[in-house]
Design a binder for this molecule. Structure first.
Ligand code: ZN
Length: 288
């Protein structure tokens, strides 16, 4: 099943056609896509009964983030060995976790405003939590995943790496820095949920091309480790890390520029597109 946020309303879709969940369920499910995650298991079962033959044809410009207002957004750094090596760092013994603040979350096909000239890409598989998840084992972790979506962990490298305690969370949380979509796909639709092709291109040139089977900490292991510490909540996002090929590690470094078109994909899920524009410069002048 594919679940999406369309024109502000929750829909069930096959990627071509869609029906509004509220209409198809005679109001049992609300339009607010965030409310669906609170009843995800029941919703997923119900969605199997939905007939998409009479659905409307999707206009991609109306798609929003599958989970537009998550309460928590986790991201894992250095989770592919090849990316860790290109970053000049040792493999982490534990997941290197930071947050992308929820105001950075946006939909699949968006304008990406560049606040500086050192903005970089990171193609990522994103897991969306579908049940209250606290202290779950690795073997039970997938049962707590509503589905998977495509994400970009857009990163302002100067802010990210500044100071004695690098500012990962701020450097990756400018507005629009967490595009996700085009929909959430339940894992039963995927051939092997732990081995999906992932990558991105800039203006058609492939920059990253990896497989999620190369994750150092798999989706289930990340969930077990995070939930050992704190509860994960329905609708929460987990950005699982990026393979090699980011711009900042290239020699010379390559960063996103006005007019660049960044396409990001995960096999079996889809592609999201970020069109880059020069944004309000950072640091901006003082307003006080
Ligand atoms: Zn990342």
């Amino acid at each position: 099943m594919k679940f999406a946020h369309y024109d502000g309303r929750a829909v069930v879709t096959d990627g071509q056609r869609a029906v509004f969940a509220a209409d198809a369920s005679n109001g049992k499910y609300a339009d607010d896509p965030q409310s669906i995650f609170a009843v995800w298991d029941e919703f997923a079962t119900w969605s199997q009964t939905v007939d998409l033959a009479d659905g409307f044809v999707i206009d991609r410009t109306k798609l929003g983030a599958p989970s537009p207002q998550p309460r928590q957004v986790f991201a894992v750094g250095l989770n592919y060995a090849d990316h860790t090596a290109e970053s000049g760092l040792d493999l982490p013994p534990e997941p290197a976790v930071f947050t992308k603040f929820p105001t950075s979350v946006t939909g699949p096909d968006t304008i990406l405003e560049l606040p500086t000239d050192t903005v970089d890409w990171e193609a990522e598989l994103v897991a969306v939590i579908g049940r209250p998840t606290h202290r779950v084992s690795e073997s039970a972790a997938w049962d707590h995943v509503a589905g998977l979506t495509v994400g970009q962990d857009i990163s302002e490298r100067t802010r990210q790496l500044i100071g004695p305690a690098p500012q990962f969370s701020l450097g990756k949380s400018f507005p629009g820095f967490s595009p996700t979509g085009p929909w959430l796909v339940t894992v039963d639709e995927l051939g092997n949920r732990d081995d999906l092709g992932i990558g991105c291109s800039v203006n058609g040139q492939v920059m990253q091309d990896g497989r999620t089977s190369d994750l150092i900490f798999s989706v289930s292991r990340i969930i077990a480790k995070l939930s050992a510490i704190l509860p994960l909540l329905p609708g929460d996002l987990i950005f699982t890390g990026t393979p090699s090929g980011v711009g900042g590690a290239r020699k010379p470094p390559v960063f996103l520029r006005h007019g660049d078109v960044l396409e990001t994909w995960v096999e079996g899920i889809g592609t999201i597109t970020s069109t880059c524009r020069t944004g309000t410069p950072y640091p901006a002048g003082s307003t006080s």
